[in-house]
Design a protein. Structure first.
Length: 669
């Protein structure tokens, strides 16, 4: 290269260690712990300063591992090499780095005596001075070997780029991954070699690549199977022998097998040599999870009270990843919107890949008892649904449910305006028992672009939306010994002793929800995932039946964590004369949260909710209720634990508590 000398310089990764510490001998004083202070000169580059401080044992071991004077000198000598490696990796090859202890270089022969002479418990002063020098750039980037233009472009490394080791090493990985994605299953790319120019602050970087032939996938083998049937796995696998080798296809197949919930680990091994057909065999090493699992759940809110339950699961009932879940929960343990203890029992059997891939058949049996201020309900339900994932973000389902329920709620005679006489009032506000048989056909579509497989995890971006349409046939609604009321000229008239029968009803309930999440990192304001704005909206409409033709549990209610926080559960909307909730035929609600994380595990939330429930089919005809509040989050691997405190901005008749408290797992939406 003309008269310029070139020196080979390997691109070393960022945190290389020396092989041994300095071994010293000295007086008894040298064995005593020697406290010290540390000052590291800033470079003005935030990421570099952070890496230097994290790499320095003088910093990381200063309080956790005290040392004597001689060991302190050895620690400084070791850090000199550590920090030099960090500076090299950031492209500063002509840097100046100096470590002094009480103003003297650590290799000064008189330093041990100087430290030993320090008064007891007097800290030594350790200073690290750094002069960066020029930032090196890449002059030439060459590849020794035949690769495609797309593989070369995938490196994203060009002449003129800063000579940062991490970027060069990442370019090697991208080159290798692209070659494998192109079918070169046995491709090799050696560690890059850099040549330093002794005159200018530039590096020439050379890669040696051997792409090898394009190969097809050969025999696919499975190891580690115990209860799982291999035939089911082969049928589901997103990979077939004879297709061209691609790393993305193999990774997709691996991830898909993990999504079954049966395996704790799936590892893919490709052969190092081709078989007799010139294809490359692939082996999936599978680790089955324990077949049975027991989980415990608990939640609390000041409106619905506490709940506590357990779920027993069989992850692989018949050997084809069928899942059986049996859940038993005690609910309504206290709470200002409840009147007694209830239960929620459910059994669920899920058959995956029913008739076709990504389609499951689900059977459900459930029993529910809840004593709410709005109504008291005892119900038994059974149903079957077919769920199909039609794309990574879209899921649709259709089901058939049968429900038998017994409900107590005030009748129409308790509607305001209240009867004038006390006797009439007593009759009007008497709870009416009704029995319903409901035949429901829920049809739903779900959209989820958050990229999260578990709904309890913290969403940072994307949209979640659900639309459910449920045609329903209600048989019965019959009660006895109740009073009925009709309206004449805007006044209520009471007819005691009527049967209270509403007869059969056919209606359709439509519900829609949507939420979106915006990470402020996109605006350059914060680091990824630290500050997030979350918004939600929901709406519902029941058509084909009037308010009292609908069973009470099929009506809409507002208040609580799902609609308007700060108001008790079901407290927003039409009310009887005794201030108990009636429920409505339409609901609209919106809400927003600002979520801010602090440190590794903690965060806070501020929120504002608003909503209304009306007794007409025309939306936005009621009184808007607004609640606001704040909350804390503790982030765990299975999702954030939340504690929210909500306040209402108004106090409708009936007296609403000043504050509502909500505790649970996962974000509210």
């Amino acid at each position: 290269m003309n008269s310029q000398r070139r020196r080979r310089r390997p691109m070393r990764p960022g945190l290389q260690l020396l092989a041994a510490l300095v071994c010293c001998a000295g007086s008894a004083q040298a064995a005593d712990p020697q406290p010290y202070t540390l000052s590291i000169q800033g470079t003005g580059i935030k990421e570099l300063d952070s890496t230097l401080r994290a790499s320095a044992q003088l910093e990381s071991l200063r309080t956790s591992s005290p040392v004597g004077p001689f060991a302190l000198i050895g620690r400084a000598q070791q850090d000199l090499e550590r920090l030099a490696t960090v500076l090299d990796s950031f492209g500063f090859y002509r840097r100046s780095l100096k470590i002094t202890i009480n103003g003297q270089a650590f290799d000064d022969p008189g330093l041990p005596d100087l430290i030993a002479a320090l008064p007891k418990d007097h800290p030594a002063r350790v200073d690290i001075a750094i002069e960066l020098g020029p930032l090196y750039h890449l002059r030439r980037v060459t590849i020794d070997g035949e690769v495609s233009a797309s593989a070369r472009a995938a490196m994203k490394l060009d002449a003129g780029d800063p000579a940062i080791a991490a970027d060069v090493l990442a370019a090697r990985e991208r080159l290798l991954t692209t070659l494998q994605e192109e079918g070169h299953a046995l491709a090799k790319v050696d560690e890059p070699v850099a040549y330093e120019d002794q005159t200018d602050p530039v590096l020439d970087v050379a890669f040696k690549a051997d792409a090898g032939p394009i190969l097809d996938i050969g025999e696919i083998r499975f190891t580690g199977l115990k209860r799982m049937h291999e035939q089911f796995i082969r049928k589901r696998l997103l990979l077939r022998a004879g297709e061209q080798y691609r790393t993305s296809r193999i990774e997709a197949a691996r991830t898909d097998l993990l999504s079954l919930g049966v395996f704790s680990g799936v590892t893919v091994h490709t052969a190092t040599e081709v078989d007799a057909r010139g294809q490359l065999p692939v082996t999936f090493e599978l680790q089955e999870r324990p077949r049975h699992a027991v989980t415990v759940n608990a939640a609390y809110s000041s409106d619905l009270g506490g709940s506590f339950g357990t779920t027993w699961s069989d992850r692989n009932v018949f050997g084809n990843a069928e899942q059986l879940n049996v859940t038993a929960s005690a609910i309504n343990l206290g709470g200002n919107a409840t009147t007694g203890l209830g239960y929620d029992l459910a059994t669920q059997l899920i058959k995956p890949d029913f008739l076709r891939r990504d389609q499951s058949l689900q059977f459900t049996l459930a029993a529910l008892k809840q004593d709410l201020i709005a109504y008291e309900q005892t119900a038994a339900t059974g149903g079957v649904s077919l769920n199909r994932k039609i794309s990574p973000v879209w899921t649709v389902s259709v089901g058939v449910n049968l429900e038998q329920e017994h409900i107590l709620q005030e009748g129409e005679a308790c509607l305001p305006p209240a009867p004038s006489s006390a006797a009439a009032l007593a009759i009007a506000c008497e709870k009416v028992p009704r029995d319903y048989t409901l035949f429901l056909v829920p049809i739903s579509a779900k959209y989820d672009s958050t990229g999260l497989s578990n709904p309890l995890l913290d969403p940072l971006r994307g949209v979640r939306a659900t639309l459910t349409v449920t045609p329903t046939e209600s048989l019965g609604g019959r009660g006895a010994g109740s009073a009925t009321q009709s309206l004449s000229n805007g006044r209520a008239t009471v007819s005691p002793g009527a049967s209270g029968a509403t007869g059969n009803a056919t209606f359709v309930v439509i519900q829609a929800t949507a939420s979106t999440y915006f990470d402020l990192e996109k605006l350059g304001w914060t680091k990824p995932g630290r500050s997030v704005i979350a918004l939600r909206a929901l709406g519902g409409l029941a058509t084909g039946a009037g308010e009292f033709s609908l069973p009470p549990d099929q009506r809409f209610y507002g208040g609580g964590s799902l609609t308007v926080r700060g108001f008790p559960y079901q407290a927003v909307g039409p009310q009887f004369v005794d201030s108990n909730p009636i429920g409505g035929t339409a609901v609209e609600a919106v809400g927003g949260e600002f979520r801010q994380r602090f440190g590794e595990h903690f965060g806070t939330v501020v929120f504002l909710d608003a909503g209304e429930v009306t007794a007409t089919t025309r939306p936005f005809q009621g009184t808007l209720s607004v609640g606001f509040g704040t909350g804390l989050r503790y982030y765990t691997p299975i999702g954030p634990i939340r504690l929210d405190v909500g306040f209402p901005t108004s106090h409708p008749p009936g007296g609403i508590p000043f504050v509502e408290v909500y505790v649970g797992l996962g974000q509210v939406f």
